[in-house]
Design a binder for this molecule. Structure first.
Ligand SMILES: Cc1cc2nc3c(=O)[nH]c(=O)nc-3n(C[C@H](O)[C@H](O)[C@H](O)COP(=O)(O)OP(=O)(O)OC[C@H]3O[C@@H](n4cnc5c(N)ncnc54)[C@H](O)[C@@H]3O)c2cc1C
Ligand SMILES: Cc1cc2nc3c(=O)[nH]c(=O)nc-3n(C[C@H](O)[C@H](O)[C@H](O)COP(=O)(O)O)c2cc1C
Length: 661
């Protein structure tokens, strides 16, 4: 059996290895849908990192795309070809093969446009119930049914003329892509794009040649493939991406998808890119949260590979290249896509092939960056900027070995500064070891493990159990004192001292007794972890009820369609976890929790414990004042400046150090 590092030949084209970067929206195109310098960074870094094949994110073929002009890639015009040529040239320098994914977003575009206030006409294979077709949005955005009512939208059934015109646009787009230097074309027929909607029985109830049997539902895709082949000639391979299982009760399932795979193989497809999920109903198959096991979906590729003779690509929360290699060697797939892992560390392929496993930064599956840059590094991917040595070297003392303090030290040392960290507790990572104790969030420790390894390699001293006094700092004579001291959990003053009121940290750590019946206060922003704390406690066997204040949106910061948020919402819904919104917390007694409900009526929930997941506080101002004068510059970094999240803590740290001369 081949290995990950082995080349593979598809339709006579040799790909140097089997580790691939899948199509992933980078939201970095210009107003014409052309790649920008940012886009070039995205793809050049992946090529330089050693990926054998790279597929450019979903690209529209319509000359006049209706929305999101500044983010949607477009190959609908000849004028756009030169801009793409720059990117293909950059990628080819490193020997990678580069494909373009052509897509019509179908209802995905309509949903996004509606949410952002733009107006587009929804269209699809049939005029079926839009609320059903976009059902995730009712869970994700409670006002979604109202949005549909307001827009009065009905899904327009595409006429045969519409279909033929669009197929021609795909063929013209493919021709332009090849002219721009792309090596292969991928048709996006997965994730609820228009082509996949034609294949889905719940979306396509047509009775003409484009609907009905499995074969007929493939007609649009087959005609598109055929026209593309005619337009691009015999040489370039054509890939098709399919959602083999839409992860929906009424969606496409493996058995029917096997038939589809055979149909497209017989029609001449050169490679089948196996994916899963539906962006507007089951996005957790696409934007797969950390709660899923690594390689959770590889069996779909394995099943398709058993029945076709063309190469098959497998994807889905594969993070460790060793696992990717194992899947290839076990014959589960011919090529493995590492999506977010290459966003996290574009150099993963080279590091793996060169045996530098310790150096790999591993994706946590947080889904908090991805489309832009990874939370690990705001200056990676599309914002890639080389780190240069400093010309004015400083002595830097960092208080706090949370991720903000550790990242400050790492980047400062790389730039040549003299830096050491003092941490008052007995461990590094700050809040992250606590975060990692939440349900299926253990991989959040990846960021701490990465920083620990790098700091050790760079020989940055970390003094644990050391809370420096003013005098001790003065003696060190720092040029810069960095306060990366984070936050503390709080509870409202009227509840202080009550033995059955626990902070979020105490509840997760079980550092105080916690009863069987628990009320969790606060399901708002995810960086406070409220919803995930409630799920953690429920999974540990506690009876959980939840109260929320005026902010009634669960996991607010995940409002954009992420698989993580929908997974949380569906969990809370399916487990029927009672949630009282617009509540005002009044008191906690030995027997339970008193609160005003949304109608201002006093209510009482019998409970043993209240877990307060409210705001955290920073003592930054006080600390800064206390240390005034010990160093010419005192800088606040991370949560200490303002309680936020991992991405902001890491960005703060690098931005500050990068700005030093
Ligand atoms: C339950 C929970 C879940 C979360 N989930 C997520 C999530 O899913 N995604 C996300 O992005 N964010 C999440 N967050 C937020 C995230 O953990 C923080 O934003 C991030 O860890 C902040 O890092 P930091 O280094 O700024 O601060 P901290 O992690 O708080 O580190 C501060 C460090 O400074 C030390 N320190 C304090 N005072 C001193 C002193 N005087 N001298 C020396 N050392 C000192 C502390 O001991 C600590 O080690 C969550 C937070 C919680 C509480
Ligand atoms: C931010 C983001 C953007 C994506 N954009 C696309 C896309 O344009 N086309 C596509 O077919 N899949 C897209 N996907 C799905 C990825 O190609 C890939 O299948 C998914 O990330 C799972 O792989 P991973 O777990 O290795 O990241 C996207 C996923 C994410 C997280």
């Amino acid at each position: 059996m081949p290995k990950l590092s082995d080349p593979i030949t598809i339709r006579g084209m040799e790909f140097k290895n089997r580790l691939a970067f899948p199509p992933m929206l980078s939201m970095s195109s210009d107003a014409d849908g052309c790649p920008t310098e940012k886009t070039l960074n995205v793809y050049e870094t992946k090529a330089r990192g050693g990926a054998g094949l790279i597929t450019y994110e979903a690209v529209s073929v319509e000359p006049d795309i209706f929305m999101e002009r500044n983010v949607t890639a477009n190959i609908g015009k000849d004028d756009n070809i030169p801009a793409y040529k720059k990117v293909t040239d950059a990628v080819h320098k490193y020997g990678a093969k580069f494909g373009m994914q052509l897509a019509d977003g179908g209802l995905i575009g309509f949903v996004l446009a509606s949410l952002f206030g733009a107006k587009i006409e929804p269209r699809g294979p049939s005029s079926v119930d839009l609320l059903h077709l976009t059902s995730a949005y009712e869970t994700m955005v409670a006002s979604w049914p109202d949005v549909l009512k307001q827009t009065g939208a009905i899904c327009k059934e595409m006429s045969i003329q519409d279909i033929i015109e669009l197929e021609d646009l795909f063929a013209a787009g493919a021709k332009r892509a090849i002219q721009a230097g792309f090596d292969y074309i991928e048709i996006h027929s997965a994730h609820a794009t228009l082509h996949s909607a034609f294949m889905a029985p719940y979306a396509n109830v047509r009775t003409d040649k484009y609907g009905g049997s499995t074969e007929k539902r493939c007609t649009f895709l087959l005609e598109t493939m055929q026209k593309i082949r005619e337009a691009i000639g015999e040489k370039p391979p054509i890939f098709v991406r399919l959602s083999i299982d839409e992860l929906l009760p009424d969606g496409l399932k493996l058995e029917e998808s096997k038939k589809i795979a055979k149909i497209i193989e017989n029609a001449g497809v050169d490679c089948i890119d196996v994916s899963q999920g539906n962006m507007i109903r089951s996005p957790y198959g696409i934007q797969i949260p950390t709660y899923f096991d690594h390689g959770a979906f590889i069996h779909f590729a394995e099943e398709i590979k058993k029945i076709v003779n063309v190469p098959v690509i497998g994807v889905g929360r594969i993070v460790d290249p060793k696992m990717a290699d194992q899947f290839i060697q076990e014959g589960k797939a011919d090529i493995i896509h590492l999506g977010r892992q290459l966003i996290c560390d574009a150099d993963t392929p080279l590091k793996y092939f060169n045996g530098q496993l310790d150096e790999i930064k591993y994706c946590m599956g947080c889904l908090q960056g991805c489309a832009g840059t990874c939370v690990y590094d705001a200056y990676s991917g599309q914002n890639y900027t080389e780190l240069t040595p400093s010309s004015d070297l400083k002595k830097i003392v960092v208080l706090g070995a949370g991720i903000a303090g550790m990242e400050t030290a790492r980047v400062a040392k790389l730039r040549g500064h003299d830096v050491e960290i003092f941490e008052k507790s007995d461990k590094v990572g700050g809040l992250i070891p606590l975060v990692a104790m939440e349900y299926k969030k253990e991989e959040f420790m990846n960021i701490v493990n990465y920083l620990t390894f790098q700091l050790k390699k760079l020989e940055v001293p970390i003094h644990l159990n050391k809370e420096l006094t003013r005098e001790e700092i003065s003696e060190l004579k720092p040029d810069i004192l960095v306060l990366a001291t984070g936050t503390e959990a709080t509870i409202p003053t009227n509840l202080e001292g009550k033995p059955n009121v626990l902070t979020q940290d105490e509840a997760i750590l079980k550092s105080k007794p916690i009863g069987k019946n628990v009320v969790v206060w606060g399901l708002g922003a995810y960086w406070k972890g409220g919803p995930e704390t409630a799920i953690t406690l429920a999974e540990q066997g506690y009876n959980v009820k939840a109260l929320m204040g005026s902010n009634t949106t669960i996991a607010t910061e995940m409002l954009i369609a992420t698989g993580r948020r929908l997974w949380i919402l569906e969990y809370l819904r399916d487990k029927k976890l009672p949630i009282y919104t617009r509540a005002k917390l009044l008191d906690v007694t030995e027997k339970g929790v008193k609160f005003l409900d949304e109608n201002k009526n006093e209510q009482f929930i019998e409970a043993d414990t209240l877990v307060y997941c409210g705001s955290r506080i920073t003592k930054a101002k006080k600390l800064k004042k206390h240390f005034e004068g010990v160093a010419p510059l005192i800088q606040l970094i991370g949560d200490c400046k303002r309680p936020r999240n991992i991405a902001e803590a890491m960005k703060d740290a690098q931005t500050f150090v990068r700005k030093l001369k």
